[in-house]
Design a protein around this ligand. Structure first.
Ligand code: ZN
Length: 198
């Protein structure tokens, strides 16, 4: 919703990495194994992937980064990159209760054929466990299993939470939004209001 309204590309490092694994494009087996274990992929891999993406024509007027920066080193890298180019930023911190996150992620399903995302609680398919578009049996992504999710939350605490502090200290414009209970439409309104008011 945000990227549509702003007319900017949505750049998701998670999607880029998963696409890379699916198509075998430049992502090696070690990176795939790291992701499947719920750990974070190395900074150098992600930094160069993002830089390459931000250099494309459609990102010239701006972009929405999703899932990046995720570590302190990535945040420093991105911050320098932005400041060197004089690009202003808004940091949106979506805070969600951990129990809510776990319930939400374990409900996620994905069509292995066309990639359409579903959620058994929030966005169920018309027929149980089957894709609306092509009838393929839906799958649980390897990194959405609960044990992997807990690993990802640990990685968030130790590696990503310091990013927020770094960006605040560096003078970044940080917007706090509670994302625990509101539907996407309401969250979208909260975020665009916060951007306008800030
Ligand atoms: Zn499908």
């Amino acid at each position: 919703m945000l990227t549509e309204c702003l007319g900017l590309p949505h750049i998701s490092t998670g999607e880029m990495l998963r696409d890379g694994i699916r198509h075998g494009a430049g992502i090696d087996a070690a990176v795939a194994a790291t992701m499947h274990a719920g750990s974070l992929v190395s900074d150098a891999v992600v930094d160069s992937m993002v830089e390459e993406r931000l250099g494309r024509a459609d990102a010239a007027k701006g972009f929405v980064l999703d899932g990046y920066p995720r570590t302190l080193a990535q945040a420093r890298h991105l911050w320098d990159w932005l400041k060197r180019r004089g690009i202003p930023e808004v940091v949106i911190h979506l805070a969600v209760d951990y129990n809510v996150i776990i319930a939400r992620l374990t409900g996620r399903r994905e069509c292995p054929r066309c990639g359409t995302p579903y959620n058994v609680a929030l966005r169920p398919p018309k027929v149980d466990e089957l894709c609306d578009l092509d009838g393929e049996k839906l799958i649980v992504r390897e990194d959405d299993r609960e044990v992997v999710i807990r690993q990802r939350l640990n990685a968030y605490e130790t590696e990503t939470r310091p990013v927020l502090e770094y960006l605040r200290t560096a003078g970044g414009r940080v917007i706090e939004v509670d994302g625990s209970y509101d539907p996407p439409e309401k969250l979208y309104r909260k975020i665009s209001q916060a951007i306008e008011n800030g």
